[in-house]
Design a protein around this ligand. Structure first.
Ligand SMILES: C[S@@+](CC[C@H](N)C(=O)[O-])C[C@H]1O[C@@H](n2cnc3c(N)ncnc32)[C@H](O)[C@@H]1O
Length: 273
């Protein structure tokens, strides 16, 4: 969900009442919550908006930069559930671990959504199968929230009642991820540009990060990194909000609209270069 382009519209967008339970509501809820947490209270961010615009906009940009949601895009979710994850499970032997990396995972919704989809694809085999979903972000604060695994009902808007019941436990007016998801997911601080990525991955899901946050001069370097950390034929999912595609030669295209790609092997001379 993109906020409106003009600053005054953006504030109206943030403050306007919307029917509870809609996807927009979940985004707005998160933006308001982050603003209030950063400023100390909603009253204070409203005062900053009226009196100190520079400070308010810095806060506003930061609040929006972590926006995320469970099952954020139904088309991408369907492709993962029915095509990408079944292909990964089929390709690996029954005992091999399935390794997924989510760089720029924000507060954990994308990583937990992938773990839920994997649990559904694996069915009864999920208990016997090692699964590692590695959620990482450069912000220590959002990683803390992801580890905590506690969400309000508004934040869980994308979940069906059946998934909510199976994977979450009600607690203090909200919901906490249950033991099964906790075992599948781990979270740590990691900067996609500066730090060494994990290896031997079957899937990298890097949505709403590269085109929005990474300086253009470093795009090729990041795509090369994402290529190197994948296993042969591993998948790269950028999602349909991503304006960029990887440079030619590193990946074959599975779905251009949803920005889903598969690693291709480079000739050995190119790999060493
Ligand atoms: C808009 S959120 C996207 C969250 C999630 N991937 C999704 O699509 O719902 C972008 C996240 O990327 C993180 N991020 C931006 N640049 C990063 C970098 N260089 N390394 C790691 N994380 C980064 C931000 O901290 C933010 O939490």
């Amino acid at each position: 969900m993109k906020p409106p382009a003009f600053p005054s519209c953006a504030v109206l967008w943030l403050l306007a009442p919307v029917p509870p339970g809609s996807r927009i509501d979940a985004f707005r809820h998160e933006a308001r919550r982050t603003l209030a947490r950063r400023a100390g209270s909603r009253l204070r961010w409203a005062i900053w908006f009226l009196t100190d615009r520079a400070r308010f906009w810095a806060l506003y940009r930061e609040a929006l930069c972590h926006l995320t949601a469970f099952f954020r895009d139904p088309d991408v979710t369907a492709a993962l559930r029915h095509s990408v994850l079944p292909a990964i499970v089929k390709r690996l032997s029954d005992k091999a671990s399935i390794r997924v990396w989510v760089p720029g995972c924000s507060t954990g919704a994308e990583a937990y959504s992938l773990a839920i989809l994997l649990a559904e694809v694996l069915g009864e085999c999920v208990a016997a199968r090692p699964v590692e979903v590695l959620g990482m972000d450069r912000s220590e604060e959002v990683i803390g929230r992801a580890r905590n695994g506690f969400y309000t009902l508004a934040e869980l808007h994308g979940l069906s009642p059946a998934r909510l019941e199976r994977f979450f436990t009600p607690e203090n007016g909200g919901y906490r991820v249950n033991g099964q998801l906790r075992e599948m997911c781990s979270f740590s601080r990691h900067d996609l540009l500066e730090d060494v990525p994990p290896g031997d991955l079957d899937l990298v899901s890097c949505r709403n990060v590269i085109g929005h946050f990474v300086n253009r001069s470093r795009h090729s370097e990041v795509f090369r990194k994402l290529h190197e950390c994948l296993r042969p034929s591993g998948f790269l999912v950028l999602g349909k909000n991503e304006p960029l595609c990887p440079p030619p030669g590193l990946f074959s295209t599975c779905d251009l609209r949803l920005r889903i790609f598969k690693r291709v092997e480079l000739p050995s001379s190119t790999q060493q270069a």
